[in-house]
Design a protein around this ligand. Sequence first.
Ligand SMILES: [Fe+2]
Ligand SMILES: [Fe+2]
Length: 243
Amino acid sequence: VRVHALSDLHLSLARPKPMDIFGPAWENHPEKIEEAWRAAVGPEDWVLLAGDLSWAMTLDEVRPDLEFLEALPGRKILLKGNHAHWWNSRAKVERILPPSIGILQNDALSLGEGWVVAGARGWNLPGAPGFTERDEKILARETGRLRLSLEAAEKLGGRNLIVLTHFPPLLRDGKESPLLPLILESGARFCLYGHLHGKDLEAGFQGVRGGTRFLLTSADALDFRPLLVLDTEREEAGEGEGA
Ligand SMILES: [Fe+2]
Ligand SMILES: [Fe+2]
């Protein structure tokens, strides 16, 4: 199994949107993504997209962005982000999803060879500026959704788990989300997240906590190139050498 990650594509092909609010790196970003993606991802590979695929407000508007993704190699799994106004109901989204794209929503998906992916969007962390009672409720609901997804992952019987969240579950300054304990208890091998951009990229915790490796996968964190997270053939070869 080969698994790549790239989140926060922030596409807007139906109505091109100036991206300079995010900084000059975002100039022509769909072209940058396409070129790097084609160079890195094979047809059988997985690509995990932890939210903010598109700026679209409606299902009609998101279609060109889904078609852009469909035309790229690999099997893609989408998680909801906070800019997901088009993602209204699971049934409606599934009706327009092209064949190479799946969604993760309160469930889990098997990638093969005992690898399973689970996840939930998450939310701003308690203590964030302007955090209200409403945020508290959203965060509690997201925690419940992650629990459901992790239960689904367990039913799939995967030995190795990858968790996707859109919001960072842990910051470098130690602030953590209520999703974090669930992720750590699940024994996930990886937690891949996005949402942070520009000068905020450095705020996300990256590294190992418990047995879980945390990686920030926002497009601008990765120079718009899919990150190879896992290649089991290579890993097994590596383990053989070390043993
Ligand atoms: Fe984003
Ligand atoms: Fe976001």
